[in-house]
Design a protein around this ligand. Structure first.
Ligand code: 13P
Length: 253
């Protein structure tokens, strides 16, 4: 009904040579992962043409970690969705909490990025998630609803049908502190419910919602066992091919 997905966000790690090696290792090991799990890797931009070429016949898809909020022009240092798409990449991560925090990306920019990404044939992986103080003060439902409604609810149904959502609680990213399977399920079910209210049950049921935040081979099984968790957006553990593929093997049989 909806796709199981494991995506690796390499962040700002590896040189092109190291990245190519890692991509080839992931590709070699991919044969041992269940065929119904979509595998995506998101290397740094400088590596993408190398890797899309090496993986041209692979089941492993390639994503960018970001794209510009404008189509083209005088935006020094930016890379457009059209440029990314022309390399053979198929996905782009939009709204990662690190981009929201360090690069002041706001919901309006994220909506632009999503629209332009889709116009250029890229599938957006849209990230949402609350900070520790927002969880501790029980505001997390409101925070997530706002992140989703101010961006995804501005799309039409056809556009929304092309979105992958990643729930990444900020307090769990790179901290070794994972959300419990119950905490993940609670939010994933909530996200599906608000998507259903806005776009209908059928679309909500076919939207993949990934969990991200210290997801590792030793905790992926219990998280992926939850009904509304459709896979993971993996940071640190995606930098080791064995760990990344072990995570891809962690879905219930
Ligand atoms: P970690 O798996 O390193 O916690 O990172 C998660 C993440 O931010 C993926 O986008």
């Amino acid at each position: 009904m909806r796709k199981k997905i494991v995506a690796g966000n390499w962040k700002m790690n590896t040189t092109p040579a190291q990245g190519l090696k890692l991509a080839n290792e992931v590709n070699d090991m991919a044969a041992s992962a269940p065929t119904d799990v979509e595998l995506i890797i998101a290397p740094p931009l400088t590596h993408i043409p190398l890797i899309t070429q090496a993986l041209a016949k692979s089941r492993v898809k390639v994503s960018a970690q970001n794209c510009a909020a404008w189509e083209k022009g005088a935006y020094t240092g930016e890379v457009s969705a059209e440029m990314i798409s022309s390399t053979g990449a198929t996905h782009v991560i939009v709204g990662h909490s690190e981009r929201r925090e360090y690069f002041s990306e706001n919901n309006e920019m994220l909506l632009n990025k999503i629209k332009i990404a889709m116009q250029n044939g890229l599938t957006p992986i849209f990230c949402c998630g609350e900070k520790l103080n927002e969880r501790d003060s029980n505001q997390y439902f409101n925070v997530i609803e706002k992140q989703i409604s101010e961006v995804l609810f501005k799309l039409d149904t056809k556009e929304m049908g092309n979105i992958i959502i990643a729930y990444e609680p900020i307090w769990a990213i790179g901290t070794g502190k994972t959300a419990s399977p119950e905490q993940a399920q609670e939010i994933h079910a909530f996200i599906r419910q608000i998507v259903s209210k806005k776009f209908g049950d059928e679309l909500a049921k076919s939207t993949s919602i990934l969990y991200g935040g210290s997801c590792k081979p030793d905790n992926a099984k219990e998280i992926f066992a939850k009904a509304d968790v459709d896979g993971g957006l993996i940071g640190g553990a995606a930098l080791k091919a064995e760990d990344f593929i072990a995570i891809a093997k962690s879905f219930p049989k």
